[in-house]
Design a protein around this ligand. Structure first.
Ligand code: SF4
Length: 317
C-alpha cells in the first residue's frame, strides 16, 4: 500500500463530490463528538481545543506534490478520521492551496465549532462546507453526538445560522437520521423548520447503513427517508447507500467507481475496498462480472492479485 502520503488519500470516487482527493489533518478520533453512529469507533480524544495537530506547511507541501500526479480531481475534501475544524491553521492550509490549485475545496464537518469566529473565517476559504445535523433538542444531541460539555443543540444551530449569514460558498447540509431516535414526525417537523433558517444549497439525507460505533442503532428505512425527502423539498436528496436494496442505478454507480480506480493503475481488491468504500463481497462480485465482460484482467505479483483495465486509456465509465 502506498504510504508516500501522510495527509492525503485517494482520489476517492464519491457520488457527492465526484473524484475527490481526501485530506486528513486531524489525528485519529480527535473530535468534539463521540457519535453513536461513527464508523471509526469510540472517540479517543474528545476535545474542543483548536491546535496545529499536524504541521500545516507539511500538509500544503504534500497536497502540492500529490496534485502533480493526478490529472482528474473534482474536489479536495477535508474529512477523515477526526473533526477538521479543530485544526487551528485550516484557513492557512486552504488559502495556501488556492494559490497553486483551482480545484474546489470541500470541508466535511460536524458543524459543532461554527459559533467560533475564527472557525467561520477559516471555512470562508472553502468552496463547499458540508456540516452534519442530527438533532434540534439537547436530549437528542446528547444521545446521538455525545459532544464535549460546552456544545449543545442550541450552540450547533446558532453556529450554523451565523455561518450561513457570512458565507458565500455552498452549504450542503447532511442530516443523519437514526430509527426511533431522531426520525419521529415531530422531530422531523422541527428539523425542517431549522433547516429553512439555515437555507443550505443542498440537503443530504443519510442514515446508518455501515457498521456504527453502537451496534444497537438502526437505519431509517428507505421508504421513510423518501417521505422525509418530499417534506424537505427539492434541494433534498438521499445519499445513504442501501446495500441490500441496490437499484440498477446504484449498481451502475459502484461499477463505474470501481472501473475509475482500475483504469488509473493496477490495484488489489483491498485497494478497491479502501478507495471506493464498496463492501468486499460486493466488490468481488463486480470484479468477476467485469472480468467476464472482458473489461478487466488480473495478474499475480508477489503473492497479490492485481486487477487492471484491458484498455487503461479508455474514458472512465
Ligand atoms: S463527528 Fe464524525 S468523526 Fe466525530 S464522532 Fe461523529 S461521526 Fe465520528
Amino acid at each position: 500500500m502506498n504510504r508516500e502520503t501522510k495527509y492525503t488519500y485517494g482520489p476517492v470516487p464519491s457520488r457527492r463530490l465526484g473524484f475527490s482527493l481526501g485530506v486528513d489533518i486531524i489525528p485519529f478520533k480527535t473530535c468534539t463528538f463521540d457519535c453513536i453512529y461513527c464508523q471509526l469507533g469510540k472517540t479517543t480524544n474528545k476535545t474542543a481545543r483548536r491546535a496545529e495537530y499536524t504541521p500545516a506547511q507539511d500538509i500544503v507541501d504534500e497536497i502540492r506534490r500529490v496534485l502533480t500526479k493526478h490529472k482528474h480531481i473534482d474536489y479536495l475534501t477535508f474529512s477523515g478520521s477526526g473533526e477538521p475544524t479543530l485544526h487551528s491553521r485550516l484557513g492557512y492550509i486552504i488559502s495556501s492551496i488556492k494559490k497553486f490549485s483551482d480545484i474546489p475545496v470541500a470541508v466535511l464537518t460536524n458543524g459543532s465549532l461554527l459559533t467560533m469566529a475564527d472557525v467561520r473565517e477559516d471555512l470562508s476559504h472553502a468552496d463547499v462546507v458540508a456540516p452534519t445535523l442530527c438533532g434540534t433538542a439537547s436530549d437528542i444531541v446528547q444521545r446521538i453526538n455525545q459532544p464535549v460539555s460546552r456544545i449543545t443543540s442550541d450552540t450547533i444551530l446558532q453556529g450554523l445560522m451565523d455561518f450561513r449569514n457570512g458565507y458565500t460558498g455552498d452549504i450542503w447540509l447532511e442530516v443523519m437520521l437514526i430509527q426511533d431516535l431522531n426520525d419521529t414526525d415531530e422531530h422531523i417537523k422541527r428539523l425542517a423548520a431549522r433547516i429553512k433558517k439555515i437555507s443550505p444549497e443542498k440537503i443530504h439525507l443519510n442514515t446508518v447503513v455501515r457498521p456504527p460505533s453502537d451496534k444497537n442503532i438502526r437505519a431509517v428505512p428507505l421508504e421513510k427517508l423518501r417521505v422525509i425527502q418530499n417534506l424537505l423539498g427539492e434541494r433534498c436528496e438521499i445519499i445513504a447507500g442501501f446495500d441490500k436494496k441496490m437499484s440498477p442505478t446504484d449498481l451502475k454507480n459502484r461499477r463505474d467507481d470501481i472501473m475509475n480506480v482500475i483504469k488509473r493503475r493496477p490495484v488489489t481488491l483491498d485497494d478497491i475496498v479502501r478507495v471506493t468504500g464498496v463492501h468486499i463481497q460486493e466488490a468481488q462480485k463486480i470484479l468477476d462480472s467485469l472480468i467476464s465482460n472482458n473489461m478487466i484482467r488480473f495478474s499475480e505479483h508477489n503473492g497479490h492479485r492485481y486487477y487492471e483495465a484491458m484498455n487503461r486509456h479508455a474514458t472512465p465509465g
